[in-house]
Write a protein of this length. Structure first.
Length: 124
C-alpha cells in the first residue's frame, strides 16, 4: 500500500522518457574536442613517461605547463622532477602541435636530448 507522498514520485516509463528528453534539451551533454596543442601535450607527457621508465630514471613528476605568469606566451614548458630537482625544456606551440601526429622529427630529438641530460644528472 502506498501513501500519497510515494505516489508523487512514481512515473510511468513513458513519463520517465519524456522527463529525460526534457532534461537533455535543457542541459545537453556535449563533448569538447581537444585542440592539437592539448593532444600534443598529452602525447608528450605519455612519451616522456615511457622513455624515463625505459631509461630507469626514477622521477617524481612530469608536467606540461603553458599559459602561466612565468611561462612566455606560445611556449610549452616540459618539467620533469628527478631526485627533488626540477629540470625543464621549452617547446613552442607549433612543436607541441606537431607532436599530436608524429613521434619523430626535430621536436622528439629535442625531447630525447633532454631525457639524456636527465640520465647524466642522475648518474653523477
Amino acid at each position: 500500500m502506498m501513501n500519497g507522498h510515494d505516489s508523487a514520485y512514481r512515473h510511468s516509463p513513458r513519463e520517465m522518457y519524456n522527463l529525460r528528453q526534457a532534461a537533455e534539451a535543457k542541459c545537453p551533454y556535449t563533448e569538447v574536442p581537444l585542440t592539437s596543442f592539448e593532444k600534443g601535450k598529452l602525447k608528450i607527457a605519455a612519451h616522456v613517461r615511457e622513455e624515463l621508465e625505459l631509461a630507469r630514471i626514477p622521477f617524481k613528476s612530469i608536467q606540461c605547463k603553458s599559459g602561466s605568469l612565468h611561462i612566455p606566451p606560445g611556449i610549452l614548458r616540459l618539467i620533469v622532477t628527478v631526485d627533488e630537482s626540477p629540470a625543464y625544456v621549452d617547446l613552442t606551440t607549433a612543436e607541441a602541435e606537431d607532436c599530436e601526429l608524429l613521434v619523430a622529427g626535430e621536436t622528439w630529438h629535442k625531447i630525447a636530448a633532454f631525457i639524456a641530460g636527465l640520465s647524466k644528472l642522475q648518474d653523477s
